[in-house]
Design a protein around this ligand. Sequence first.
Ligand code: MSP
Length: 680
Amino acid sequence: MEKRRYYITTPIYYPSDKLHIGHTYCTVATDAMARYKRLTGCEVMFLTGTDEHGQKIEDKAREAGITPQEFVDNIVRGDRGILDLWKLMNISNDRFIRTTDSYHVSAIQKIFKKLHDNGDIYKGKYVGKYCKPCESFWTDSQLVDGKCPDCGREVQDAEEEAYFFKLSKYADKIQHLLEDTDFLEPRSRVNEMVNNFIKPGLEDLCVSRTSFTWGIPVDFDPGHVVYVWVDALSNYITALGYDNDQYDDYDKFWPADVHFVGKEIVRFHSIIWPAMLMSLGEPLPKKVFGHGWLLLDGGKMSKSKGNVVDPYILAEMFGVDALRFFLLRTFPFGSDGNFSNEALIQTINVDLANDLGNLLSRTVSMVGKYFGGQLPAGCGPSEEELRLAERCAQPNCFGVTVEPGDDACDVELIALASALRSRYEEQMEHFAFQNGLAEIFKVIDRANKYIDENAPWVLAKDITANGPRLAHVMYNLLETLRVCAILLTPFIPTSAAEVLRQIGACEKCSTWDSAAQWGALPQTVAVQRGENLFPRIDTEKALKELEAAAEAAKKAALPDLETEPQLEEKVDFDTFCKSDFRAVKVKDCQPVKKSDKLLRFTLDDGTGTDRQILSGIAKWYKPEELVGKTLMAIVNLPPRKMMGQESQGMLISAVHTEKGEERLNLLILDDKIPAGAKMC
Ligand code: MSP
């Protein structure tokens, strides 16, 4: 039988800065969904990539003194770049598109021409506002307090010759799509789109620029580059081979099952993208899901605000699976959530270390201790238990009333674990990752309670009498772990595989089908003790380490070397000549009492009378290393008192910043220069 197909995408990321935990959140969610669909037997196409054109990238490259291509290559492929991050996070994308890939570039030119040739793109003049960081055009009525409605930053006036896409023509169709179908989820986003963008009147969209060059040229009108969002949105089809020969999966995978996108780019995906596809005569994606933001202290993370959280630091400290798990367990996918290190550590300690980790280690070690690592035959489910499990494993069996037999807790555990797959599926199909995980952890909690209720250590005191019961209890625990581990695979792939390995689950009993088959684990399976999967974290110590790591990362990100910008204001020559710079020789140099900054210099300035200068350079020099040196001083400044002592001038030094730290170097002159020599 042909496999069901599933096409899922993340937004393609701007390689203008390194990615932060907010970007990671979206990709991890998409990865979990893609893995879930593969688990259920679908043939999945999971696409991610990078959106590499636009003025922001051009500006950043110029600042860095490199070409835009070199700039983006660095962030995409460079050390700890985007590709490295996805590898670290165990992202299982099937394809990665870069909008600078040549097949995409030529496909965009064809797409732009098609839109033009069918009369949906025309030439006009753009007058409006542009938000550079968001690469978005706005009309005055869309601004909030005169600022960009997405990021709240200043917008610029923009006026230039441009091509326009007839977005207004599609307003009714888009409104119908949004209001009368379940194209856009969560539902709350529909009102936002319709009320803010469609009802006030959908305006035509400016789709080319002439004021910068880092974009895909409009081939029939040189000087114009394609608006970055037209270029970016089309990635979802060019990556399948639309209008290019690089790939050949368009018919197989389009329309996409779902585009996962952050809430601020829902507008592009639910209005502009469907209109473009309607104009091209192509089918629309089945769904756009606008997820919430990960906030830090209540605000959106952004590099410019300096409040980004580095996923590398977290993954290296707590493990990739723990981080993936935290992101999807803690925040409802459709809403905003507040990130905090404390919440991360707590989730790891409670869910992973205490609940899952303990259940696994207790179960495996008890099977080892009481049965030499292998349960005896006959420890599996009874006929009655199998009947119950089968009933519970059916979809919509929720609310099944269990009829307690001799061992009420067995019945309850088996009913809960057998119903888990269908409850979980219900949540996963609606992208409710948090709820899907909550279902799993209900079962894990129940299993931990089951251990306490059965007190295997008491049963083990009389193994002859209680052996079969003890083995059955152990089997039920292994089965519960097996079902939970299978369903945890999309979230924590490496750890879930390790759980399955430790409980001795074979390939056949690690499948999606087997997750709904209580008793699929062979009864005489051999368990394998392994490492503690999720060691408990010492919160205080970890928080301190995180703080230190964040500080070090901040420092490392600072420019290597910075100097003050040169003054614009001119000084006339006569004024300059009034400053008297002289060579001075250091006769003596002493620290100034009660000051950790000042050094007191006794200087030979060539006049025959010693000159005293105080200088705040103690941080950089030891007094004794300066004695005998020839320095430069300005000697006609009015004397001033510092710490009660007179300073008659100022020593000249060079100042710059290195990795955020101020550095100072005295101007040390050649010893051949006599004291008193005038500098000019
Ligand atoms: N390049 C566009 C997308 C083009 S798709 C055809 C873009 N790139 S982005 O790098 O700025 O953002 C990529 C995704 O990351 C967006 O969906 C955005 O919402 C998401 N996130 C960025 N910061 C985020 C949080 N703090 N929290 C959650 N997601 C966030 O937009």
